[in-house]
Ligand binder design. Structure first.
Ligand code: BG6
Length: 369
């Protein structure tokens, strides 16, 4: 049942090209226009929304953060991301023009369910991005956009995460298409590139030998930091979460721009830091800014583990290790940059002799508030 892999987590990491491809399947018509047959909210209702609030917990919330950058850029609709348990009891503001998007692999997370129920009471439209057919959250929502990752068994989510990001992209591109004009033209172009992502993910998976080696060397690490910017920021948070969850190592993710506002004080000689580097085409010179962050921490003795696009030579002088991913659109990079961080956590935990599928104290779905 583990298909030749040692653990479910390893199997599920390797299923990501399929999880993404299957989540994209059947979502465009012959002309390449997006269709969302399962979403039973009328185009008229969707046309009226002026705000989106994403509610989720854990890994799913990080996929929501990726969604925020992408959906706002493609549609210009404001998107907020709230941890579901924080949203529910903060006296939240939502009405018929608010689309509350819940993201949950299991569809059973109680914190997320309570947020969705409350959003409906407030009169908001609710849409569930979910991996489990017939589960509670989709049943309690106005509409559902299923991810097609297949059953996820390992407690720490991997392919569920990639599929959630993919579904959120599809939703954002659908809304962009509805807005018409330039938005629609751009949505078609992004969709074409999104179709290449399963193959690019496979390329990353095929290149993981060095990352596995690094993970084994680092089995006795006490602390690992992760930096990212823009869509790389939630990837830094998710990379840190994976390491906490399955390897029980203190790990923290930071927005790279925050470095000088505090975290740089943590840098001492030998401190390992992963840096998720934006593609060179990312607007506002974010690439250059992150490269200078790498330079700053390297000068203070950090061991820099850099995740960068093929052909990005600017990082080389400041990197102890360069982990390469294929070039793609800046907003689609998370589907590639997360893979080495998942592999790293998996192999580090394995080297420590831990049960990666059933980490201590955690449950696959938390059905209490
Ligand atoms: C948790 C799991 O407590 O619930 C996490 O251990 C997961 O891995 C989180 O990200 C949210 O779960 P779900 O099913 O709502 O996506």
């Amino acid at each position: 049942e583990k298909g030749g892999y040692e653990t479910f987590m390893e199997k599920e990491i390797h299923e990501q090209p399929h999880a993404v491809a299957d989540t994209l399947l059947g979502r465009t018509d012959d002309e390449g226009r997006l269709v969302l047959d399962e979403v039973r909210i009328s185009e008229e209702q969707l046309g009226q929304i002026d705000r989106i609030v994403v509610v989720a917990c854990g890994t799913a919330a990080y996929s929501g953060m990726v969604a925020k950058y992408a959906i706002e850029h493609w549609t210009r609709i404001p998107v907020e991301v709230s941890l579901a348990h924080e949203f529910r009891y903060s006296d939240p503001i939502a009405d018929a023009r608010t689309l509350v998007v819940s993201i949950s692999q299991s569809g059973e997370t109680m914190d997320t369910l309570m947020a969705v129920k409350h959003a409906r009471e407030l009169g908001a439209l609710t849409l569930s991005i979910c991996n489990t057919h017939g589960s509670t959250i989709p049943r309690e929502s106005d509409a559902v956009l299923y991810t097609h990752a297949g059953p996820e068994v390992a407690v720490a989510s991997t392919k569920g995460f990639s599929a959630q990001i993919t579904a959120a992209y599809v939703l954002g591109l659908y809304l962009a298409q509805m807005r018409g004009g330039e938005h629609a033209v751009n949505a078609q172009a992004v969709m074409r590139e999104l179709r290449n992502l399963p193959e690019h993910i496979q390329t990353v998976l095929d290149r993981m030998d060095r990352v596995i080696e690094i993970a084994r060397f680092m089995a006795d690490s006490r602390s690992v930091l992760f930096l990212g910017r823009n869509v790389g920021y939630p990837i830094a948070l998710e990379g840190a979460l994976k390491l906490k969850e399955i390897a029980y190592i203190h790990a923290e993710g930071f927005a790279a721009g925050e470095l000088k506002h505090g975290p740089i004080a943590l840098i001492e000689p030998g401190q390992p830091v992963f840096i998720v580097v934006p593609g060179p085409d990312t607007p506002h010179e974010l690439h250059k800014k992150v490269v200078s962050n790498i330079q700053e921490i390297r000068a203070r003795g950090a061991r820099t583990l850099v995740i960068a696009e093929d052909g990005d030579e600017d990082v080389v002088p400041f990197a102890d290790e360069v982990i390469r991913v294929p070039a793609t659109l800046p907003l689609l990079m998370p589907l590639l940059t997360i893979v080495p961080l998942q592999i790293f956590a998996l192999h580090l935990a394995t080297a420590k002799g831990l049960d990666v599928d059933q980490p201590r104290n955690l449950a696959k779905s938390v059905t209490v508030e």
